[in-house]
Design a protein around this ligand. Structure first.
Ligand code: FUL
Length: 485
């Protein structure tokens, strides 16, 4: 072999070797269990869902009907589920959960298992079916439909006895079979004790096993595919957040030991409001709150509708902390969302659009402290590709790291949003955000968990450099996105 030939051969061989090295398959990190199911992820991606509370209470001015309200009180003059669904959709809500039956036991569909329903009301001379009208309105405007069926029933004579469980399951069957597909089943934990109960007018208590939830849920799933999530205090798919004020803990783990959520010990709300770093099950929190002080419409609260600014704060304290927001908007006695509520919803949407109008991170130069196996598949670009299926990752033993963004020019910055790749489990435990101000890195925000989405509101700064330092995590880092507004 001539010398020249040998040199060419060595160069080619070295090139081939280095090509192979940089392209060898670097495996993805192992998941840190528990991880979300596909239906939990689909629910999470909705970000904002809505409640519509409507029943006899709307006409009797109560929050919890006793169960003895005559059916004749339910008499909306111009109910318009299409207006509800349209306003909710326009404001950004992806699902409407309807109170098909609240604690008073009055059914908004003509259930064949009770006389205490819309069929004995003046509405459409007893021919109306608001569950049907609402589910159809949701289909028409393109949002999902969920069912709230109160387990506690202050009207039913058999409540607290075994017969009521059969009744409850029959109603669930009617709802899922005739009005589906549904996307969420909402089992309220409220059980207040006293009620009409078929005329007994007494206090009735139940034990924690009374409803036999595992079998009720099994039945529900057997009636439809398994796509819908089930909410209750402790899941199995979605958990209560421990308050009805519109916030989840700043630290918000999607995991919890389900039994913890059932034990009403002091501090219980705080535990379910923050989740558990090493909880055994993936049961994320849904933040339920009403646009008004009450869950049902009361004319006396017309001037106490939450403002767009209040709703925006609720958004930051729920969606912005990795939870899903469940906002209630109750129709009035006409059966319409009141003008004040509509105005607030519209103002809220405008604020969201305005505050998160331009993602300044797009077009920025991005660098990270290290990349898993130096592989293109897990590099910094994955933070800006607006694809939730790709992510920046570090090597297995690297549980901290930084992301630095250099914007094209100095900009006023008010929010930084981070997203974790949840299919591999929730990991980040602590991070700080810094801005380069007068040539010095200044900490502008600190946080603990990230989860699906974490929005940090910062006192506005003007800079062209932002740095996120993740200081602690349960395993190597898997971050799918960063946004700057
Ligand atoms: C509570 C109920 O008692 C309220 O009336 C409302 O339905 C709220 C969503 O859940 O537990």
């Amino acid at each position: 072999m001539s010398m020249l030939y040998r040199i060419i051969w060595i160069i080619l061989f070295t090139m081939m070797l280095s090509y192979n090295c940089s392209n060898q398959t670097i495996t993805a990190p192992e998941p840190i269990n528990p991880i979300p199911s596909s239906r939990q992820l689909a629910w999470q991606e909705m970000e904002m869902v809505a409640f519509v509370h409507f029943t006899t209470n709307t006409f009797t001015d109560l929050e919890w009907g006793n169960g003895d309200e005559p059916e004749s009180v339910f008499n909306p003059t111009e109910p318009n589920p299409l207006q509800w669904a349209t306003e909710l959709k326009n404001a950004g809500f992806k699902e409407l959960i309807f109170t098909c039956k609240h604690h008073d036991g009055f059914c908004l569909w003509p259930s064949k298992y009770t006389e205490h329903s819309i069929k004995n009301s003046p509405y459409k001379n007893g021919k109306g079916d608001l569950v049907l009208e609402t589910s159809e309105a949701c289909k028409k405007v393109g949002i999902k439909f969920g069912i709230y069926l109160s387990p506690w029933d202050r009207n039913h004579a058999d409540y607290a006895q075994p017969g009521y469980i059969t009744y409850y399951r029959n109603q669930l069957k009617e709802l899922i079979t005739n009005y589906g597909p549904i996307s969420e089943l909402w089992f309220d934990g409220a059980n207040g004790g006293t009620g009409y109960y078929g005329g007994a007018n007494e206090r009735r208590t139940i034990t924690s096993s009374y409803y036999d939830w595992p079998n009720t849920i099994k039945l529900a799933r057997s009636l439809q595919n398994e796509d819908f999530v089930v909410f209750s205090d402790n899941g199995p798919d979605v958990r209560w957040v421990g308050n009805e004020e519109g916030w989840v803990g700043e630290t918000n783990w999607n995991m919890i030991d389900p039994d913890t959520a059932l034990i009403r010990r002091p501090g219980f709300e705080k535990i379910i409001g923050s989740g558990m770093e090493n909880g055994s099950h993936w049961i994320p929190s849904e933040v339920d709150v009403s646009i008004r002080p009450g869950w049902f419409y009361h004319a006396s609260e017309d001037n106490r509708v939450k403002t767009p600014e209040q709703l925006f704060d609720i958004y930051l304290n729920s969606v912005g902390r990795g939870a899903v927001l469940l906002l209630n908007v109750p129709p009035d006695r006409r059966g319409l969302f009141h003008e004040n509520d509509v105005k607030s919803l519209q103002g809220f949407r405008q604020m969201l659009d305005q505050e998160f109008k331009t993602n300044l991170a797009l077009g920025a130069k991005i660098t990270v402290s290290s990349v898993r196996g130096n592989s293109d598949e897990f590099d910094a670009d994955k933070l800006l590709d607006e694809n939730s299926e790709t992510y920046w990752a570090t090597d297995d033993n690297i549980t901290s790291g930084s992301i630095e963004l250099v914007l094209q020019k100095p900009q006023t910055i008010k929010y930084v949003a981070l997203h974790e790749y949840l299919k591999l489990g929730q990991r980040v435990k602590a991070f700080i955000i810094e801005g380069l101000i007068d040539n010095k890195w200044v900490t502008v925000a600190e946080g603990t968990t990230i989860g699906y989405k974490r929005i940090l509101k910062i006192d506005p700064i003007i800079t062209n450099k932002i740095r996120v330092k993740i200081t602690d995590a349960k395993g190597c880092l898997t971050i799918s996105g960063i946004q700057i507004f």
